[in-house]
Design a protein around this ligand. Structure first.
Ligand code: SF4
Length: 62
């Protein structure tokens, strides 16, 4: 799995950080930072949940 964040779409809602804090962070402006772009098997489910929950559809994964 590879996670991609589109910072042009991110609105800084922070839902991804709440859902998967090990995988995502936010910068001082609230913009998403992908901490782990290629999560291990144990984190794939939470990564998919974060992608699904992002209100701006700023996250994608394969
Ligand atoms: S949930 Fe989406 S909009 Fe909110 S910080 Fe994460 S990527 Fe950005």
């Amino acid at each position: 799995m590879k996670i991609v964040a589109d910072t042009d779409r991110c609105v800084g809602a922070g839902q991804c950080v709440l859902t998967a804090p090990a995988l995502f962070d936010q910068d001082d402006d609230g913009m998403v930072i992908v901490r782990v772009a290629a999560p291990e098997a144990g984190s794939v489910e939470s990564a998919r949940a974060a992608v699904h929950l992002c209100p701006a559809q700023a996250l994608s994964c394969d």
